[in-house]
Write a protein that binds this ligand. Structure first.
Ligand code: ASP
Length: 433
């Protein structure tokens, strides 16, 4: 049987009730041997995450911090008593307060949410705790050390049958705590899965997977059942909010799939992220749709360009010299159109115009206020059928398409910004519903 590494996010561990649900999930499968946990998250929309409280505590270190420290303490005391876990939190809080008044390092303070939550979770499960400070290694400069970590973690995990490991932080060889960016427990989960050679990295959260479309735009969108790492990267680039890229690299490089699951609905299969997604012949025709606004298109025309090799490269060299990233390029016979993030080019427009004149174009057209809408076909329908349906959906919604580019399963429509939500709704209705 394989090893499963499971990571629970803050909302899955926000109070004793949620922690008990997480523990039931862990215990229901003996392969779930390594558990990575976040700090307690929000219990309601108006609540404050423990990590945010810890940053507030740090900010108030020179003044009236007592109330904040007391409310953090109260969150943990309440969890411990509701779970019936006998733990003396006094020494932990005495250490935090002493640190606050002497060394006062923000990373250390912020990391205590994960640490204390894992102390409680480990006691509740009756499992050992591996402190991430001993196994997740950073350089003094703050740079994360991937190879050292892999060895340290691998060795530590090998010695124990089961363990609870706090997310979000590690330490230098001298023991100084360093944190990952916010949301970094996902990264810890991936590192543990990788070092444990897990058969799956289960990421437990408060939704039943990555959704096909943004739920703020489409009512109750379906979750994505399966997606390849490559397709996920494309959707994320175009604005879908999912796991942080740094949480994907460690497992992707070892071919470990990620399964995003819902702690409140453990029976839901969630989303599987694989190296290669297999085709489910019954699923929706698209894997996902996402949009990103704030684009400018520049079209440069010159008769007989197609005959000269030099123009395309010169145009791209010009952008390169200006440090401008081209997100999309479409070539006509005697024209080139590039789509660029507006914030990259707006302030350089005059310089660009001066330089482009040296190529002696017939015309240069600039169009602002564009959005890119990306759609990934799932493979359940022939690509041409998907293309026709997408075109029909946009046409029915009276959405004018400035440019459409198709490569493999990815289609990108460049449209007016004010229609991007309509486009997502039209595409979802035509290809998913
Ligand atoms: N607790 C940290 C945060 O709020 C890390 C995490 O939850 O992933 O960012």
């Amino acid at each position: 049987m394989g090893i499963k590494t499971v990571k629970f996010g803050g909302s899955s561990l926000a109070n004793a009730e949620q922690i008990a649900k997480a523990a039931a999930i862990i215990r229901s499968d003996p392969d779930r041997r390594y558990v990575v946990a976040s700090a307690p998250g929000k219990r309601s929309a108006a609540d404050v995450k423990v990590t945010d409280l810890l940053y507030q505590l740090y900010g108030r270190r020179d003044g009236d911090y007592a109330y904040t420290l007391a409310s953090i303490r109260q969150r943990f005391t309440r969890i411990a008593s509701d779970l019936d876990v006998e733990i003396d939190l006094d020494p932990h809080f005495a250490t935090i307060e002493k640190h606050l008044l002497t060394i006062a390092d923000p990373d250390y303070i912020a990391s205590r949410g994960e640490y204390l939550n894992c102390v409680l979770l480990a006691a509740y499960l009756g499992w050992p705790l591996i402190d991430s400070a001993d196994v997740i290694r950073f350089a003094d400069s703050g740079e994360f050390l991937v190879d050292e970590t892999d060895v340290l973690l691998g060795t530590a995990l090998h010695k124990v049958e089961r363990a609870v490991i706090p997310g979000f932080y590690g330490a230098t060889a001298q023991g100084q705590i360093k944190t990952f960016p916010r949301g970094g427990s996902d990264v810890t989960g991936a590192l543990v899965a990788r070092a444990a050679m897990a058969e799956v990295y289960e990421n437990w959260t408060d939704v039943s997977g990555i959704l096909i479309a943004d739920p703020r735009v489409v009512d109750d969108p379906l979750p994505i059942r399966e997606i390849s790492y490559t397709a996920l990267r494309e959707l994320t680039y175009l604005g879908a909010s999912v796991l942080h890229e740094n949480a994907i690299i460690p497992v992707r490089s070892r071919g470990i799939p990620i399964n995003i699951r819902n702690t409140d609905c453990p029976e839901d299969p969630g989303t599987w992220i694989h190296t290669e997604a297999s085709t489910d012949s019954h699923g929706p025709a698209i894997v996902g749709v996402a949009a990103k606004i704030g684009y400018t298109a520049i079209t440069v025309r010159k008769a007989q360009w197609s005959g000269s090799l030099g123009v395309g490269p010169s145009l791209f060299r010009l952008f390169q010299d200006l440090g401008v990233v081209v997100d999309l390029a479409v070539t006509g016979v005697d024209s080139w159109t590039v789509v660029i993030r507006s914030e990259m080019i707006t302030h350089l427009m005059e310089v660009f115009m001066d330089k482009i004149r040296t190529l002696r174009p017939d015309a240069v057209e600039v169009r602002d206020g564009l959005a890119l809408v990306g759609v990934i076909a799932s493979g359940t329908l022939p690509r041409t059928t998907v293309t026709v349906r997408l075109a029909q959906a946009l046409d029915d919604a009276r959405i004018d398409v400035f440019a459409d580019t198709y490569v493999g399963d990815l289609r990108i429509f460049t449209i007016d910004t004010d229609r991007h939500d309509d486009a997502i709704r039209a595409i979802y209705a035509a290809l998913v519903d």
